[in-house]
Design a binder for this molecule. Structure first.
Ligand code: PMP
Length: 432
């Protein structure tokens, strides 16, 4: 799909055509995004919001236009609720620090799922050190889905906030965040969605999800690095103190007292990445023109195809799968041959036909081969995959492994990419 728009995909590595299957880490950039960056630096560059001159006004229009594009993309009610950050990690740190300051006191509870990325764990631990909050973990069942009954049981009168990824960057599990947000609200708690792994692969609508905060990174959705988004409900953002101080975020500064700008500027201290915001908007327009539903269908097809091929490989353990009917139980036989360790229970069938069209990453191990060896040897064959703990060490511990190999798709991947990966994988396995 639109592969020709991505110049990097025609390059070779080690004399072989590049097969890029590390899209959960970052996506490649279409020509229009790269050109938007150089075009702005060549022709428009000026600092935003402060100049009366032509260039500054033009740059400001691009930057604020980008905010509107993001608002539309996630169907937020108001552009004032769109805060530009450096990425998911900074968005989460902003919420932990600022929401933590405004709303959390010693003994208050924050629920975090067992499958979170470190960036949705560590900021809350830092807050625990500062304020004595209590972190409770929403457990996962052995099939790699969240245990919703256990989730409900975690709520107490001290529960203030739930933080959960929409799609796991390891297991590919699509969490029922809409239902989870409704449960949180019924208990008087707020709900934050880490959408880093969903925004690039499916339509995401904050009003439909009914969440209170949603965060994502530009670089995972074909945009540039260094720009990301925090969306939050206006009444919450209004009640939260600034995250950083500096230019742009103030209304008036005196030695005695400083007052702050209105939203969203209150949270955007310093010169913003106005080139990045514009390039992100170009990326969002690019995927919107293709259609998020079309992208989701295409990637769901790739996911189903890859899972089917991977399951045919002896010793293959695939970690996690969404909790849905398993229409192809017969294809799971490989797993029966795997020793019944805790890891093997979590490694299981990934449904191939499911209503929510799973498109998330596929993490796996093969026999006793170290994932790093797998990744290194595949790389020599031109296949770029991710290996290691995927910034989710508590999840690795839950699965009983140190690391996993992972493939993840973007809109430009093809079934041929998967065939190339499978045959390279088979070659690597033969070496052991
Ligand atoms: N959350 C999830 C689910 C992720 O997959 C990632 C990136 N791997 C992050 C957070 C962190 O994103 P970033 O490094 O762009 O801030």
């Amino acid at each position: 799909m639109n592969r020709q728009d991505f110049p990097i995909l025609s390059r070779e590595v080690y004399g072989r055509p590049l097969i890029y299957l590390d899209n959960a880490a970052t996506t490649q950039k279409p020509r229009c995004v790269v050109e938007a960056i150089s075009e702005e630096y060549y022709n428009v560059n000026a600092n935003v919001h402060r100049g009366v001159h032509y260039l500054s006004q033009q740059a400001t229009e691009l930057h604020e236009g980008a905010r509107e594009t993001v608002r539309r993309f996630i169907n937020a009610p108001d552009t004032a609720e769109i805060i530009f950050t450096r990425g998911t990690t900074e968005s989460l740190n902003l919420v932990a620090t600022s929401y933590g300051e405004a709303f959390l006191h010693e003994g208050d509870e924050v629920l975090i799922s067992e499958m979170e990325h470190h960036s949705n764990i560590v900021p809350w631990q830092l807050l625990r050190e500062r304020k004595g909050i209590v972190i409770k973990v929403i457990p996962m069942t052995d099939d790699g889905t969240l245990d919703l009954q256990a989730y409900e049981r975690l709520f107490t009168s001290r529960t203030r906030l739930v933080c959960c990824c929409h799609v796991s960057n390891v297991l590919g599990t699509v969490n029922p965040v809409k239902e989870m947000a409704a449960i949180a609200h019924a208990h008087g708690a707020h709900f934050l969605v880490d959408a880093a792994q969903s925004v690039p692969h499916q339509a995401v609508d904050v009003q439909n999800l009914g969440c209170d905060f949603l965060v994502f990174s530009g670089h995972k959705v074909y945009g540039p690095t260094g720009i990301g988004v925090l969306w939050g409900r206006k009444e919450l953002l209004d009640a939260m103190p600034p995250y950083q101080g500096g230019g742009e975020m103030i209304a008036r500064v005196t030695w005695e007292k400083t007052t702050y700008e209105r939203l969203p500027f209150k949270f955007e201290a310093g010169t913003p990445d106005y080139v990045g915001s514009h390039a992100l908007a170009v990326a969002l327009d690019y995927v919107s023109a293709i259609g998020m539903d079309a992208i989701q269908r295409h990637e769901a097809d790739l996911t189903a195809y890859a899972l089917q091929k991977m399951r045919e490989i002896e010793g293959m353990r695939i970690y996690g799968h969404p909790a849905m009917p398993q229409p192809q139980a017969a294809t799971v036989q490989n797993h029966a041959a795997t020793p019944p360790s805790q890891a093997a229970m979590i490694g299981g069938p990934h449904p191939t036909t499911a209503p929510s069209l799973p498109t998330g990453p596929i993490s796996f191990n093969v026999g006793t081969i170290h994932p790093l060896d797998l990744g290194t040897l595949l790389d020599r064959l031109g296949i770029a995959i991710r290996t290691g703990h995927h910034c989710a060490q508590p999840l690795m511990a839950r699965c009983g492994v140190e690391g996993m190999a992972r493939i993840s798709f973007g809109l430009y991947n093809t079934r041929e990419d998967i065939d190339a990966f499978i045959s390279a994988l088979q070659r690597v396995i033969k070496m052991f």
